[in-house]
Design a binder for this molecule. Sequence first.
Ligand SMILES: NC(=O)c1ccc[n+]([C@@H]2O[C@H](COP(=O)([O-])OP(=O)(O)OC[C@H]3O[C@@H](n4cnc5c(N)ncnc54)[C@H](OP(=O)(O)O)[C@@H]3O)[C@@H](O)[C@H]2O)c1
Length: 311
Amino acid sequence: MDTADYYNNTDTKEAIRAIHAALDQGIRLIDTAPSYGWGAAEKIVGKAISGRRDQVEIATKCGVWWKSERGSPNGIKNGKATYICLSPDAIETQLDDSLRGLGVDYVDLLQVHKPSIPPDLTPIEETMDCLINLKRKGKIRAIGVSNMSLQQLKSYQSIASVDSNQLRYSMLYRDHESDVMPFCLSHNIATLTYWSLEYGLLSGKIPKDRNFAPGDFRNEAEHWHPWYKSHNREKLMSMFSGWHDLNEKYSCTISQLVLAWTAAQPTVSHVLCGSKTVDQSIDNATAGNLNIASADIKRMEDDLIALDSPD
Ligand SMILES: NC(=O)c1ccc[n+]([C@@H]2O[C@H](COP(=O)([O-])OP(=O)(O)OC[C@H]3O[C@@H](n4cnc5c(N)ncnc54)[C@H](OP(=O)(O)O)[C@@H]3O)[C@@H](O)[C@H]2O)c1
C-alpha cells in the first residue's frame, strides 16, 4: 500500500474502500512502509483493518528515515530529505511508531527497506540481531529484506534465515531473474515483486497521450524510464492489442494478464500491486483466480522477446 505523495494524493476514503474490496476478494497480504506518505499509509491501513486484523497479514518495513537526520543521506524524496539507518535502536523506534500507526501489537513481516549505505554503515549482524530479538519479543512474526543485491542477500541469510525478499520485477524489468530470484527459490525465501504493473504502464491504460495529474511522479517518468516515452508506450499498446483474444478467452483485462504472467514465473511467490480504487482492487485481486494455459504464457513471453527495445 503505497500512497499519496508518489501518485498525487490518493483519496483516503477510496483507499480504505479499496483495501476492504481486496480483503473481500480474499487478498490476505498488505504491504506498506513507514515512509509511504510519511506515516499516512500505515494509518490508512490501520483504519481499514480495524476489526479485521485476523483476516490479514501485514508487512511493513524499516530503515528509511525522514523525521531526523539519522543515518546516511538517501536523497530527497517528494521534497523531504531521507536517510537510511538500520541501527537496532532506530529499527525498534520505527517499528513502535509503525505499530501505533497501524493500531496493532505485532506485524507479520518486517522488511529491511533498503541495504545500509556509507557513511553510516550498520553491520548486518547488528541489524539481524535486532530483528531476531523483535521476533522473540513477539513484535514481528517474520524477517524480510528488500532491494538487495545477491551479495547483500547472502550476507543477511548467512546470519539467520531470511523469510522474504521484496524486489522490483515486471515484464519490462527482469534484472534479478538470473541471480537473486533463483537464490530465493533454492533457499525457500519468498519473493514479493513490486512495480509489476510498472506504475500502471502495464495496465494497458496508459496510451501515448495520457497526461498525469500535477504532482504525480509519472510526469517525470519519460526522463528516466524509457518505456514511458510516448512513442515507446505506443509499442506496448500495440503488443497489448495483439492479446485481445486472450482477454476474451479468459474474460480478463490486460492488467490481469500481466499479473497472471508475473505470478506464473517459477521464482515469484507473491505479486504486489498498488490499487487506488475499488475497481482496480477487484481487478487486481481477481487476477489471482486466473489460470492461464502454459502455451498462452509462452506466447506472451515470445511477444515480450520480440518487443523492440525502447528507444
Ligand atoms: N520495496 C520497495 O522499495 C517498493 C518500491 C515501490 C513499491 N513497493 C510496493 O509495491 C506496491 C506496488 O507498487 P506501486 O503501486 O508503486 O506500482 P504498481 O503496482 O506497478 O502500479 C500501481 C498503479 O497502477 C495503476 N493500476 C493499478 N491497478 C490497475 C488496474 N487494475 N487497472 C488500471 N490501472 C491500474 C494505478 O495508477 P493509475 O490508476 O493512476 O494509472 C496504480 O496506482 C506498493 O504499494 C508497495 O507496497 C515497494
